[in-house]
Design a protein around this ligand. Structure first.
Ligand SMILES: [Zn+2]
Length: 464
């Protein structure tokens, strides 16, 4: 990874070295309290612009002879935040990288500090309001709209105040406004579904024609916002909403849970994105999301699915996405009921390497489940739940596969908890385990019968 960064950095520096005046130079620097990595990496969309190593005082700096103006993000692994940069900017940050403080502690000073501080403030405000908004979902549509609109107005007033006091560019204003608007519009796109769920109503609530007023001014091809999380999330849910409504109204769909209806819905959604979104990277990211979503939800393999994957390959212009989805589909094909377990090696508590197949050989039924030491609450719950299941199914063998935990930490956790050591294995190569077994959530389990797969997409809390 480091070598890749270095190569990219060199390319960027070479390609930027001609024809630039010093007034274009961007200086972006800062200090990181409690760093979680040695580097800060600056990105424009998916492309690395440059990376900087922290010095002995945990400071970093970038001097860029020119930039592609607009929204960037900086990554201080494992976290990231956005930064808006324009030519000639000199901007400093200070932040505490402890997970609980990363976003809260981030402060910008220098050029464009107003818009950057405003964006982080909006990020935090929306995070704080989430709980409140969820309680609004049960309200009837007019009341819900009023609440959401009023929360949005407050934020826009704040933005106007900022405009009166400072001079910011049109682009800076646009991104600041987007950080208010799209979070707010997202709630409206979610409303019909959450309202139904919260109230227990049988059907989707009828909405006034003005409920989605903002849709008439939407730009579904905003290149500057393609990689801005609030915009992307909004667009994703917007297509989710549009396709659901179209399928229930025009295609006569009533049930959205069967594999067949999921396939129809996702094909329909893919077609809508194809006809409405021109902006290439946004299109590709949305296509990828639809394919991924579908595969992880339905995880079947048949001719219809093959066709869907072919459609995706035809529409996407992103070779890496196509490779990723093909790989995922191949993984799913290998995890179908009655297949042999895929080849995967794990380490036991004595340091011996063994395979899934070998582990499952000794029992009629083996249940593989997953945990990581990072997520303590999940871990405690799973251990409690597995103990319960072991009593209910005394003949099943329950096997914990540990992910994303150092080996020493894993062993210490097992010893602290007095666990049966022969029921636990360490998956040191997380990516390998994740890709081979398609671990998309931590409550997933894999159930075998006579070493063959019975259900590779089981749920520890729902499958028994
Ligand atoms: Zn449809």
């Amino acid at each position: 990874m480091k070598r890749l960064l270095l190569i990219l950095t060199l390319i960027v520096q070479f390609s930027c070295s001609e024809n630039t005046t010093s007034s274009d130079t961007v200086f972006f620097a800062g200090e990181i309290v409690n760093p979680t990595s040695d580097y800060v990496v600056l990105y424009k969309n998916e492309t690395v612009v440059d990376s900087a190593k922290l010095d002995d005082n945990n400071r970093f700096s970038f001097t860029l002879s020119t930039i592609d103006e607009g929204l960037h993000h900086f990554d201080h692994a494992p976290q990231y935040q956005y930064v808006f940069l324009e030519k000639g900017d000199s901007l400093l940050i200070r932040l505490n990288a402890s997970p609980a403080y990363f976003d809260e502690s981030l402060v910008f000073s220098g050029d464009n500090e107003e818009v950057n501080n405003f964006m982080i403030e909006m990020f935090l405000t929306y995070e704080d309001e989430e709980h409140l908004v969820y309680s609004f979902f049960k309200l009837p549509p007019e009341k819900f709209s009023q609440k959401i609109d009023s929360l949005r107005s407050q934020k826009l007033e704040e933005l106007e105040l900022l405009l009166n006091n400072e001079e910011i560019s049109d682009n800076a204003y646009a991104i600041a406004k987007a950080s208010v608007d799209y979070n707010s519009y997202l709630y409206k796109e979610k409303y019909p579904f959450y309202h139904k769920k919260k109230t227990g109503e049988d059907t989707i609530h009828e909405l006034d024609s003005n409920f989605y007023d903002y849709r008439s001014t939407l730009n579904l091809n905003d290149k500057d916002l393609s990689y801005f999380r609030p915009y992307y999330d909004f667009v994703k849910h917007h297509f989710g909403n549009l396709s659901y409504m179209a399928c229930s109204q025009d295609c006569g769909m009533e049930d959205f849970t069967s594999a067949k209806s999921q396939l129809h819905l996702n094909k329909h959604k893919m077609g809508m994105i194809d006809s409405l979104v021109r902006e290439e990277s946004l299109r590709d990211n949305l296509f990828r999301n639809v394919a991924m979503d579908y595969l992880l939800k339905v995880h079947m393999a048949n001719d219809e699915c093959d066709k869907f994957i072919k459609d995706f390959e035809r529409l996407s212009s992103n070779a890496a996405h196509i490779e990723e989805i093909k790989h995922l589909y191949k993984g799913i094909q290998g995890l179908q009921p009655n297949s042999e377990l895929p080849h995967l090696t794990l380490e036991d508590t004595e340091g011996n390497m063994t395979t899934l197949k070998e582990i499952s050989r000794h029992h009629k039924h083996t249940v593989f489940y997953f945990w990581t030491a990072d997520q303590k609450r999940h871990f405690r719950n799973v251990i409690k739940h597995v103990a319960k299941l072991k009593k209910l199914y005394p003949k099943h063998k329950f096997v914990g596969i540990n992910l994303r935990t150092g080996k020493a930490n894993w062993l210490a956790t097992l010893e602290d908890g007095n666990f049966d050591l022969d029921e636990h294995y360490w998956g040191g190569d997380f990516k390998m385990v994740q890709n081979t077994l398609i671990v998309d959530h931590l409550n997933k389990c894999i159930i075998t019968q006579d070493t063959l797969i019975l259900d590779a997409f089981g749920h520890l809390y729902a499958s028994f």
